[in-house]
Design a protein around this ligand. Sequence first.
Ligand code: ASP
Ligand code: MG
Length: 401
Amino acid sequence: MLIVQKYGGTSVGTLERIEAVAERVIKTKNEGHDLVVVVSAMSGVTNRLVEYGEYFTKDLNTREMDMMLSAGERVTSALLALALNAKGYPAVAFSGRQAGIVTDTMHTKARIIFIDPTNMNKAIKEGKIVVVAGFQGITEEGDITTLGRGGSDLSAVAIAGAINADTCEIYTDVDGVYTTDPRIEPKAKKLDKISYEEMLELASMGAKVLQNRSVELAKKLKVNLVTRSSFNNNQGTLITGEENMEDAVISGIALDRNQARITIRGVDDRPGVAAEIFSSLAQKEINVDMIVQNIGIDGATNLGFTIPQNEMEPALEIMRSVISNPKCVIESDNEVVKVSIVGVGMKSHSGIASLAFRTLAAEGINIQMISTSEIKISMIVAEKYGELAVRALHKAYNLDK
Ligand code: ASP
Ligand code: MG
């Protein structure tokens, strides 16, 4: 098999940890597989480099920042190759450029345009272990770029797609994806399998196992992802296409604490009002999440939406400026959270939503807003009930079994 393994910052956080990674790579090689290993910077390094830049400037999305940031991953890739070579396993370290990763010119958040895998394929053919510095590429003009925070995941998935790897293993310090955050519900279970779509919905769960863009890319390129721990030999979680899923109805419960709610009462019920409100928010790049509006009565209606907590003040300011009708009341609440039930099985089962509502009712938790998609039911509740809601729903859908 051809395997891509990616090791995150904590997995390569010390020289001893890099040595342990080398042993794991060697074990895979000895099982008869070919390998490309993608590494992050040692933990804390990227943050430190960002701070160095901040000492001199606020303008951090530049060519020179990328020149510096890319160094973190280059150090780790060289160290891992040194370790492998010293143990008698021929390895070659590549920068993003040497791995053939070509991006656009958006410094510090570049997108990969294509990968020319010639160098990687040649080294693999020669029997070498290829170690690639994650998080970086090069523009067509030859400038170094980085792919945004957490971007080594993206490097690994894109490389797996480009060299047609059989699987892409992402090593972190957690065992995989859980039915919910184990810090909230100790009975949370590790999932053996989950679909790309569910993974994207559960990303807000707190356990930031994978960068979202990398899951989207894996879905697009049909790369089988496995997330597992580099600190033990547990099996991990396979993230794959829906066609490979058994009929698990609900996969997990997510809690998103970064929510604030704004409600406008008595807003004019006529064409163009929502367009005006949400265009003005979009113009200021405020990300609206849930939106709820009802049928109007007597020419007026209520409109509610949620946004990230730190966007509340700017959003309120925008509302005060666009809403001219003096009868409108603008209300806001920062102390809300979003609890979501996620599962592809919802598509083919009924009664899923009503069980959620009954469960919260039995706990005396009021639901302020509801939104649904094919595979998700989200509810806004008061912050103080968030964890209780998660535990109650986790039990109601038998996720602890
Ligand atoms: N070192 C980079 C970061 O911390 C990329 C990564 O680790 O994936 O964001
Ligand atoms: Mg990372």
